[in-house]
Each structure stands twice: as C-alpha cells, then as structure tokens.
Design a protein around this ligand. Structure first.
Ligand SMILES: C[S@@+](CC[C@H](N)C(=O)[O-])C[C@H]1O[C@@H](n2cnc3c(N)ncnc32)[C@H](O)[C@@H]1O
Ligand SMILES: O=C(O)C(=O)C[C@]1(C(=O)O)C=C[C@@H](O)C=C1
Length: 243
C-alpha cells in the first residue's frame, strides 16, 4: 500500500505552536516522518536489532510514543527470547486506533498491548528494552528527568534504552548549519519552502530539542552506566543507554 502524501502545510498558514498528533497527521504520518526525519528508516530497523540483543526472557519491551507502531513492529519482527511482550504507549487516540489495525496484519508471535496514556503516567515494570523514538522531545523539559528516572527504576539490570531525538548544538554555527541541512533534506524530499516554514512554526514550543550533552547528563543522573550516540544525521540523533 502506498502512503498517503503529507501536504498538511502546503497551502494554509500555520499558527505557531499548533502542531498536534491528530487525525490529519495520523493519516499521513508514514509519509510525513520518512520525508522529515533523516535516517528514520535506518533507526527504526536498528531499533529492532538492538532490542533483540538486549531483550531478556519473560521481560517487557516498551515503545513509548509508538505512533503507528513502526518501532514496535521492528522489535516484534526480530528474534526475541521466550515469553517477552511489547507494550506500546501513545496519548493520541488517532495514532493508536490506526496502530491497532496495522499490528493486526502482523503474524509474529510476541504479544503487543497498546495503552492510550501519557507516558509520564506510565509505570515501567520488569523492562529489558525501552524505546523513545522521537517522543521525549514532545514532553515538557521539566518532566524529562522524572521520566528517565522512572524508566531506570522499572528496568532489569543489563537492559537498554533507545532514545532518538531532534537535537540542538551549542556552537551557533553548527546549529544553523544542521537546521539548514535538515531543511535541504526536506526540500529534496519534495517539501516547499512554505511547507517547511509552516511546519517549523507549528512545532514552535511543541517539539523542544535539547543538546546531546543535556541528554547524556540526564541519562547519567538517572543512573544508567553506559550511554552514547549510535546514530546521527544532521540534527537527528539516537542514543543507547544501558542499565
Ligand atoms: C514523532 S512520533 C513517534 C514516532 C514513532 N516512535 C516511530 O518510531 O514511528 C511522536 C509520538 O509521541 C506521542 N506522544 C507525544 N507526547 C506524548 C506523551 N506525553 N505521552 C505519550 N505519547 C506521546 C505522539 O502522539 C506521537 O504519536
Ligand atoms: O518535521 C520536522 O521538522 C521535525 O522536526 C520532524 C518531526 C519529528 O521529529 O518528530 C516532527 C513532527 C512529526 O512527528 C514528524 C517529524
């Protein structure tokens, strides 16, 4: 099936800060995210690979901010030890309704439970893998430390967190360069300058990126023993952290 093309920002002037994961966005999401996030397909595929390395028998794998279940499916379709289950969490009902339909078409055995919830309210329990793929960036900055601490508390020793985020750079030249390269990537994927500007406006104060140094510091403070970047393309990076 071909993805429905994202032209949400093609002709309307977006109001600042009004981006939401509503029905309109959920409908075009696979096309939107692939054309907007450099490395999306690679990071999703490697999430399954990393999960299969760290998952332990009888444990739970969490996909926090699962949207349409791309990372959930990637984990489910990799080899996992006996008696694992996956919990996908999202606070958008538009996303979760579609996610359920997509997951129903997959025949791999690992059971998946979907939860319509704010991830800041979710108690992580007996986890070997916790994935936050482009989700923490939408959680208010002041709540992010408690989220990471809660995840740490609910994980088995030796478990892994995969954290993918849009990031900023301390060096103003590098920050401007990476924002520019990201916009060039979007242009190359068929977005117009108006669409790029409109989406940027809509994401203002909704998606709040931080530096890699801030993420690493928060992860270390939460107690994780090892953490580093395993993938980066322009201002999109993915980290692994091990308990
Ligand atoms: C960019 S999408 C994630 C993409 C997805 N992880 C993937 O791999 O395709 C961000 C998702 O996080 C969800 N989200 C944002 N804030 C959330 C929160 N506080 N609690 C739960 N889900 C949240 C949104 O509804 C959206 O579906
Ligand atoms: O389009 C952008 O500029 C983005 O920052 C990409 C991004 C993301 O990182 O989550 C923003 C919102 C949509 O969910 C899809 C992609």
């Amino acid at each position: 099936m071909t993805d429905q093309r994202d032209n949400i920002y093609a002709d309307s002037l977006a109001e600042p800060g009004l981006f939401a994961f509503d029905d309109r966005v959920a409908t075009v999401f696979p096309d939107m995210i692939k054309r907007s996030v450099p490395g999306y397909t690679t990071v999703v595929a490697m999430t399954g690979l990393i999960a299969s390395r760290y998952a332990s028998a009888g444990s739970t794998l969490y996909d926090l901010g699962c949207s349409l279940g791309a990372s959930t499916l990637s984990m489910k379709q990799n080899t996992l030890p006996a008696d694992c289950r996956i919990v996908g969490v999202d606070n958008s009902s538009a996303m979760l309704e579609r996610c359920e339909v997509i997951l129903a078409t997959d025949s791999h055995d690992t059971p998946v439970e979907l939860m319509l919830a704010d991830l800041t309210d979710v108690v992580v329990q007996d986890a070997s893998v916790v994935v936050l793929n482009w989700t923490l960036q939408f959680v208010p900055v002041e709540k992010r430390e408690a989220v990471l601490r809660g995840i740490y508390e609910g994980m088995r020793p030796g478990g892994v967190v995969v954290l993918s985020e849009k990031v900023t750079f301390e060096d103003p030249h590098l920050d401007a360069l990476n924002i520019d390269l990201h916009h060039q990537f979007k242009r190359a994927n068929g977005y117009s300058d108006l669409e790029i500007a409109n989406k940027r406006n809509a994401l203002e104060n909704v998606l709040i990126p931080e530096t890699l140094a801030s993420h690493k510091q928060r992860i270390a403070q939460a107690g994780f023993s090892s953490c580093d970047v395993w993938f980066q393309c322009f201002n999109f990076a993915s980290l692994v952290a091990v308990k």
